[in-house]
Design a protein. Sequence first.
Length: 371
Amino acid sequence: MSTLHTPFRFDFVGSFLRPASLKKARSDFEAGRITKEELTGAEDEAISSLVSAQKKAGFHVITDGEFRRATWHLDFMWAFDGVGHSKTQTGLPFHGEAAMIDDTYLTGKVSVDHHPFVDHYKFVQAFEDAETAAKQTIPAPAQFLEQMIMPFALENTRKYYGTTEELVHDIAAGYKKVIRALYDAGCRNIQFDDCSWGMLVDPRATSLFGTTTAGLKEIQEQLLAINNLAVDGKPGDLVINTHVCRGNFHSTYASSGSYDAVAAVLFARENVDAYYLEYDDARSGGFAPLSKVSGDKKVVLGLVTTKSPHLEDKQAVIARIHEAARYIPLERLCLSPQCGFASCEIGNKLTEAEQWAKLALVKEIAEEVWG
């Protein structure tokens, strides 16, 4: 078991472009041409190759690239009792494209027994060595809650939960079980992926959530409460970080807005160890909200985009790191791409070679800035 803790000076969020062999295996399985065991074998092979590539690239964190998932968040929810899903007819509205991922909703009270992500973690952990640590990415509890309380879902949710507080309790209890199981399996690095805060800062937030400005403040408190409740009492040597994004599907995005409106809640009061923050373009606003990051928490600046193959100018990225250091000490900063390369199976619009070029640039810049 590795004792290394994320984040590292040069890091990544977690998902990677699926190789052609894995996409074919998934398609063959869905068409009934191969068995579940054969699909798992193809996943194992692809993940083994990915981890080797992550190590070869010089990174100290390893993940399975989310190769066993259809999406970054919904597969996790589907493994809970009381959660159902079906093919969407309309998709989620992203900028210029609809994300055709399954509608996901409650079918009963939320609970969990053995979660398959624990087995997914164990497979990656076997590749840990003295220089690397396996990181398990899961959607934040807030993301799970948001999925069930958005206007399009709330009427169905109320069939099973009379109040949001009851739902918060059950989701958090499930997370505690999963987090404990991951810890017992040797996991010391968990990442909460969370798009809910990105939606809250969007100019359309009141209509998206079907509420008022005061209502948005209440939702912030609910999202904070469920994240903190889920990690309350965690072992001291377990690091839990949060990645905040504004949507990532086929190189498109879902929302825009600076961190200003949520910084005093998210950065000051969420009980996590670090934040991986999307900062690849103007949609994320400036660095001033980083002054709200409390304690000795770290911030991983997502200054390199995964949405485009275009390589950023190295000196421009370095200048932005030093600009951020006006608000939080340089020694508490790290660097990564702004998101994963394939939050869903479809992946972003770049090649695997371009993906690795992005990561090479992140490493090069981090080594120049921090040595």
